[in-house]
Structures are given as C-alpha cells and as structure tokens.
Design a protein around this ligand. Structure first.
Ligand SMILES: [Zn+2]
Length: 262
C-alpha cells in the first residue's frame, strides 16, 4: 500500500449560468411518469421543471477531458459496466498525476481493463470535483417563448427516420428545453496540498470543450449547444471554515469563459 498524505487547503466555488443556445434534451429514465405523455421526455425536478443533473454535466466534461488528454486507449479504459451488448467503458487509471482521475474520481478496488488486464488501484484520492444539479431560472422562459412552446417549460420536436425505399417516415417525439433557457449551476473543486490552480484550469478547459460540443442527447442533430455565462469563482480556505473569514474572490464576474485569466 502506498503512503498517503493529503491536506485539504480549501475549495474553489464556481458559480455560473448555463444558457441553452439550441434545444436541450437530457432524457428522463424510461420508467418516469410523465403526464404529457411524450415518448422521449426530459428529466424534471420535484416541481416539474426541467433541470441539468450534476451527473450529466460532470460525465460529459469528464468524457471530453479523456479525449483531450489522450486517455482513450485499451490499456487505460476500464469496464464501468460489463455487458456483451451494451458495455460502458471509461478511462480510469492508477497514475498518480492523471488530471482526469484526480479531478473526476477514481474508484477503489479491482478493475478490469478493455485490454483484459486486471488491476487493483493504489492511488486512491478523493474526487476533487463536485457538480451540483443546475436549476432552471424560470424567468428565462419568457412570455413570448411560452406562446410558442408546447408545455409550460418545454417544447416537443418531431424527429423523422425515413425508410430509404418507401420514403415512409417513422416520426418520434422528443421533448426539449427551448433555446434561451437559463440554468443556475455550481461546482466545488477541492484543493489538496500544493495544487493551487492546477486543476481549476483543467475544469475551465473542460467547460470550454463542452461549449464546442453538446450536452444531452441528439447532439449530432443540433441539440444541446450550451454556453457558460456570468462565471464567478471564489476560494474558501481553512480560515473561512475555522474562523468565518471571508472568501477570496478569484474571478469577480466573467461574462463568459474567455474572460477568465487565472
Ligand atoms: Zn487516469
């Protein structure tokens, strides 16, 4: 077993708005009861409003970072779910300096790699990044928008698959949050030992990559383009928690990600 010595130096609190630039579809699980009766409903909170689950945001950011860091290779992909027809393979490794595993988490225990090798991880660090669910800002769905959408907060789109011989269509309904919707998001990044802003820059990088990718389903059909706006970053150190000292402002109020200089 390796020798560990970790001290929590503080937490970055990252607050932001997520703006849907195109319709956004983050699917509910199939068994959810939806009164609207749409085939393909979006996930909603206890008030019936769509939201962005922290797990969706975190999972997408992780996946984009895995590609960006060149970590998609058989000897570093584990089976997150082993299944003949429907496996889930993600990057996870035991490298002490792996930014993806250190930020987004590494599970302890034995892992089976796609290459067939089995390994018990020794570098067990706590997941540094916590991503909260992002709630819908009700005001962002304006009166005008409400006149054009199908439900209180969402619209329904018909997607067609055309048979190439008969041209007969197979229309399918997809519920989505309309473009213009705003969500209030928050992430917390733990800082251990002398890491400073090392991992904070990586988180910002992942947010930038996401803006040029998509969130949720049907991205290749144009869904899920988002933008981060009004970003505020503060640092809460040991004294903040022990003595109630104020937090340090790192980024006052950046209009968008391009304004952030660490
Ligand atoms: Zn890794």
């Amino acid at each position: 077993m390796k020798n560990f010595s970790y001290v929590l130096k503080g937490k970055y609190i990252i607050k932001f708005d997520i703006i849907a630039k195109t319709g956004l579809h983050i699917g509910a699980s199939n068994n959810s009861l939806d009164i609207g009766g749409v085939d393909n409903a979006v996930i909603k909170d206890e008030e019936g409003k769509p939201y962005i689950p922290g797990s969706s945001l975190k999972g997408k950011m992780r996946s984009l970072m895995e590609y960006a860091e060149g970590l998609i290779k058989p000897e570093e992909l584990i089976f997150s779910k082993e299944s003949k027809d429907d496996p889930i393979r993600i990057h996870m490794c035991d490298k002490e300096d792996c930014a993806v595993c250190n930020i987004f988490g590494r599970n302890h225990g034995k892992h089976k790699f796609v290459s067939g090798k089995e390994v018990v991880f020794e570098n067990i660090t706590p997941t540094r990044l916590i991503v909260r669910d992002a709630k819908l800002d009700k005001e962002s769905i304006t009166k005008e928008m409400k006149e054009n959408i199908d439900f209180e907060w969402t619209e329904v789109k018909f997607e067609n698959n055309l048979d190439r011989i008969t041209s007969s269509a197979n229309p399918r309904q997809t519920e989505r949050v309309p473009a213009g919707a705003k969500f209030k998001g928050e992430m917390v990044l733990n800082v251990l030992n002398d890491e400073g802003t090392k991992y904070l820059s990586k988180v910002i990088q992942a947010m930038k990559l996401l803006e040029d990718d998509y969130l949720g389903g049907q991205g290749s059909r144009g869904y899920g383009k988002i933008k981060f706006e009004n970003i505020k970053i503060t640092f809460r150190d040991k004294e903040y928690y022990e003595e109630g000292r104020g937090e340090k402002v790192i980024v006052e109020n950046a209009k968008d990600l391009s304004e952030i200089k660490l």
